[in-house]
Design a protein. Structure first.
Lengths: 261, 404
């Protein structure tokens, strides 16, 4: 089967997410200037660039942490406003941050459901009483997919390995049925075997037609897994390439020179 | 091949376990008690003194409970002494100055006793509202004004003391109605004391079996039953000996019951509600909490309102205990409350700590206070020891957390 993002580029297919002419200033600093981004169903889009290129700022606009100063965002062709993380999540966008955004002092089940705990039914639930048994059960179902063992449910996330922490963050995204997953340096803190597992997992997500944005400052880390690669430099968009029509060298040249040949 | 009784992993797990931390505090507490018992020729262990100790503890314990929320959240509140003093003064003023003429006119036919009861009910409501309002004011400045809690409550430490002097004209306010004094000075009957003890024991046992059952259901490995029974037996023995000792004096004091009820309630809130989870999450990783969509400001505000309400309860018990509103009421309570939390294993960096720990820490601090008074130690010794104990406790906490 031809991958859908390829039909897209030829047939003017509607992107899941489209950002048009995005600007973001921090005081006098132009963090993002006139960046356009399209993301299609089931594709992996890598955003690469040096430190300070504006990668994180760009995705934070998409995930509702920052609000763009100028520009428009379209979700399946419909114009939307993302003013908070909750707005973003309502569109099915889940973000996995570089530091993984886990509360180290809590166990993994609390972390998976953090901010969206399963409550008891009825009056108690309205008061905010948590159904922890159900949370642990659903959490275990999710973790089972990753072939890891959790010996002690009370174990704090602080004591888990980098890969296990990654899995916790991932479970969060899957459970809430994200259609778009943004991963900020997903393999930065992982070993070789764990990196492989994350790639496998990303391919798995692709099969389920979930779109993925990967952020990285190292093209080598994401080249193999991505379908298209977008290069940023000092807040400006250098260019977008399809992986099959480019080379690592070309991308590195774009990252360093900031010029689209 | 020789087999270790427990593996290294089991050992670190045990060291990390909250029960282990509690156990260390309890052992330290017992050592201190034995020390005091020895140097006071057993006077420290007389039922009368232990009963007094428990009652002394209650006033601080309410503050320590609120403080647990505040510190777990990653903040600090050093105004609680002044706020408890102010709520205590408000309660005294209600009873002695403001309410009697109003109530006298409203209910002319009623007896003095029932007038007193009505007065006490209204006083409790007004005092709690005052506490909540003060918490609201400080909370708004801290969460929505983004001023650090240390600064705001340092200001509060002075400002609310000023309000105490203002409302009381720098005088001691009396008299207090008998019904209010009963809250702090009354005792439960022996049978009622046992009844509540049995309730507690049932609660503890059910809790243990529920946890074991859940672990089984979910396929986790339980502790060996023997260990769980020992863990459960310790608090049960504590409860039983507590009731025996209290009943051999006059019975369990009313404020102790109040403390237990509020303690169980707040413990439930901290452990089993979304609010409690958010308090831990924010204290553990503020940025992560905000990225998951938790409304941090709202949670902060709620915690400070809760702290204010706890100051209100503390103030009521204080007024009932002293049977007056005094200008110095609540002086240095903030340090006792904060020290209770730290000794009880509430991490000063936020994100860690239990209410039970803070309560035991509170018992520890009050024991120091009480024991040294019984020993007739000079006041400077008392301050010195309390300060040193606090620093040592936090040092130990840091070290053990680093390693495990």
């Amino acid at each position: 089967m031809k991958e859908r993002w390829k039909m897209v580029t030829t047939k003017n297919y509607v992107p899941v997410i489209q950002m048009k002419g995005i600007y973001k200033y921090f005081g006098g600093v132009h963090a993002i200037e006139d960046v356009n981004l399209s993301l299609y169903e089931g594709e992996v889009l890598a955003i690469v660039g040096d430190n300070g290129a504006g990668k994180s700022t760009l995705i934070k606009i998409l995930s509702g942490v920052y609000i763009a100063d100028k520009g428009e965002i379209f979700h399946k062709g419909k114009k939307v406003k993302i003013n908070s993380t909750i707005d973003s999540r309502d569109l099915g966008i889940e973000t996995m941050y570089q530091n993984l955004a886990l509360a180290d002092n809590m166990n993994l089940f609390n972390n998976i459901f953090l901010g969206r705990e399963i409550r008891k039914k009825g009056f108690l639930g309205k008061l905010g009483v948590i159904n922890s048994l159900l949370m642990v059960r659903k959490g275990l179902d999710l973790i089972d997919r990753f072939n890891i063992k959790i010996p002690d449910p009370d174990k704090k996330v602080r004591f888990l390995s980098g890969g296990q922490r990654q899995i916790v963050a991932t479970c969060r995204a899957i459970y809430f049925k994200a259609k778009i997953i943004i991963m900020d340096e997903p393999t930065a803190s992982l070993g070789v075997a764990e990196t492989k597992r994350v790639y496998e997992f990303i391919r798995n997500l692709k099969k389920q037609n979930i779109s993925i944005i990967l952020i990285s400052h190292n093209i080598n880390e994401v080249y193999d897994i991505s379908d298209r690669i977008m290069v940023l430099k000092t807040g400006r968009q250098v260019g977008v390439r399809e992986r099959e029509k480019t080379t690592i060298d070309e991308i590195i040249h774009m990252i360093i020179s900031g010029k689209d040949k | 091949m020789k087999k270790n009784i427990i593996s290294k992993e089991q050992f670190t797990n045990f060291m990390r376990h909250p029960y282990f931390r509690l156990l260390v505090i309890v052992i330290a507490l017992l050592i201190v008690w034995i020390f005091f018992g020895f140097f006071t020729n057993g006077l420290f262990f007389s039922p009368r003194n232990l009963s007094n100790l428990m009652r002394q503890m209650t006033i601080i314990s309410f503050l320590a409970m609120g403080m647990t929320f505040v510190i777990v959240l990653g903040h600090i509140d050093i105004s609680v002494g002044s706020v408890a003093g102010l709520t205590s003064m408000i309660a005294a003023c209600c009873q002695a100055i403001w309410l009697p003429p109003i109530l006298g006119n409203l209910f002319q036919g009623l007896s003095v006793d029932s007038l007193g009861t009505i007065s006490t009910i209204i006083t409790v409501i007004i005092t709690m509202l005052t506490g909540g309002l003060i918490g609201l004011i400080q909370g708004i400045i801290i969460s929505y004004g983004s001023v650090s809690a240390f600064v705001v409550t340092l200001g509060g430490l002075y400002a609310w003391r000023g309000v105490i002097l203002l409302t009381s004209n720098s005088r001691t306010v009396t008299p207090i109605e008998d019904s209010l004094r009963l809250i702090a000075q009354g005792y439960l009957t022996n049978i009622l004391g046992w009844f509540i003890a049995v309730l507690f024991i049932i609660l503890i046992v059910i809790n243990m079996f529920r946890k074991r059952n859940q672990y089984n259901l979910l396929g986790f490995t339980n502790n060996p039953l023997g260990i769980d029974i020992i863990i459960t037996l310790l608090p049960i023995l504590g409860v039983i000996s507590f009731v025996i000792i209290m009943n051999s004096y006059r019975g369990t004091a009313n404020p102790v019951l109040l403390m237990l009820i509020v303690g169980v309630l707040l413990s439930f809130v901290l452990n089993s509600t979304t609010f409690g989870r958010y308090v831990y999450a924010i204290g553990g990783n503020r940025e992560a909490a905000s990225l998951t969509g938790i409304n941090i400001k709202k949670v902060e505000l709620k915690v400070f309102i809760l702290m204010g309400l706890m100051c209100g309860i503390s103030g009521i018990v204080l007024t009932g205990y002293v049977a007056a509103g005094t200008v110095a009421g609540g002086f240095m309570f903030e340090l006792m409350a904060i020290a209770s939390c730290f000794i009880g294993g509430v991490s000063h960096g936020g994100g860690e700590g239990t209410l039970v720990g803070a309560m035991i820490g509170c018992l520890f601090m009050t024991s120091l206070d009480n024991g040294m008074s019984v020993m007739n130690l000079e006041v400077y010794w008392q301050y010195l020891v309390k300060g040193a104990v606090l620093v040592i406790a936090v040092y130990w906490d840091m070290q053990s957390r680093k390693r495990f």
